[in-house]
Design a protein around this ligand. Structure first.
Ligand SMILES: O=P(O)(O)OC[C@H]1O[C@@H](O)[C@H](O)[C@@H](O)[C@@H]1O
Length: 286
């Protein structure tokens, strides 16, 4: 097993993990997993070739962390969408080798005068990443203050697919969702069969099961997503027009990824009492 700390793209601190099961690249900046490649397989995660690697900007791809809110500023104060963790430096807290040959990397952020000025709550946030046969992720929020606070959050994962036209997302059949796409008007709808994507898709699924899958006909593989701590999941693909308007995506990149996000979004708001901890967990396997 090797753990190598490197200056990655843009000089950002990154940790390369290589063990008997898989290889991974984990950015300390933003606490973001950028690559997970099980031995003999293609990368499970998509990262844009045009992604920004610079302080203050989000890296487009991998597993961006949305915290302590998902989507627009819940208080309408003009703070950035998806919170303030995906565009700041995190700390490299711990690495360890596990008996089964997997490797755990723990990155984190603690509240500081700077974060308190944006969001007035004391916290300790950790991203626990275990690279093994599967990629295990736990986003752990500890309330270190003396009053409860509420959060929404996401692992906003960009999964690599061979061809979006030959991809379906399964496990959400019959589930209600909020349709946030331009022509969906935020309406509540019900999913019929497996989700196929042939135009902009931006949906918050409600009351979701613990197991979802991405069935990729082009790469001939199925990515299994298991989660806990979430009642919601987001499925997002910007499709051609929105992707073309994003400077950090190539025009046709929308054909190469789908975001299936493990979330506490919409009315899935989490309240964390003083001194308590909340774990949002996801596991990805091929
Ligand atoms: O900030 P990013 O990575 O471009 O992602 C934006 C998208 O993130 C998704 O989670 C939201 O559901 C979309 O509404 C939003 O457009």
């Amino acid at each position: 097993m090797t753990i190598t700390r490197v200056a990655g793209n843009g000089g950002l601190p990154m940790i390369n993990v290589s063990n008997d099961h898989a290889d991974a690249v984990i950015s300390v900046y933003a606490g973001q997993v950028l690559s997970f490649t099980p031995k003999g397989a293609a990368d499970v995660l998509f990262v844009s070739d045009k992604a920004y690697y610079a302080e203050g900007k989000a890296i487009k791809g991998g597993v961006p962390i949305c915290w302590p809110w998902f989507g627009a500023d819940p208080e309408g104060k003009g703070r950035p969408a998806h919170g303030f963790m995906r565009n700041r430096m995190w700390s490299d807290w711990e690495t360890r080798e596990n008996a089964d040959g997997s490797t755990t990397v723990i990155l984190g952020v603690e509240s500081s005068p700077e974060t308190l000025a944006i969001w007035p709550h004391a916290f300790r946030l950790a991203m626990e990443v275990t690279v093994g046969k599967t990629l295990q992720l736990a986003l752990v929020t500890r309330n270190t203050g003396d009053a409860a606070f509420t959060i929404t959050q996401a692992m906003h994962t960009y999964f690599a697919v061979g061809d979006i036209a030959q991809t379906t997302v399964t496990g959400l059949e019959g589930t209600q969702y909020l349709d946030k796409a331009a022509d969906g008007n935020g309406a509540t709808k019900q999913q019929g069969g497996a989700i196929s994507i042939a135009s902009e898709v931006d949906r918050v699924y409600l009351g979701v099961p613990a197991e979802l899958a991405i069935v990729d006909g082009a790469l001939n593989r199925t990515i299994r997503i298991t989660s806990s701590g979430n009642k919601t999941a987001v499925v997002w693909n910007p499709w051609a027009k929105i992707a073309a308007g994003m400077a950090d995506l190539q025009d046709d990149d929308y054909t190469r990824f789908v975001c299936v996000e493990t979330t506490n979004a919409a009315d899935d708001v989490v309240s964390i009492p003083a001194g308590a901890e909340f774990r949002l967990v996801a596991e990805y396997g091929v």
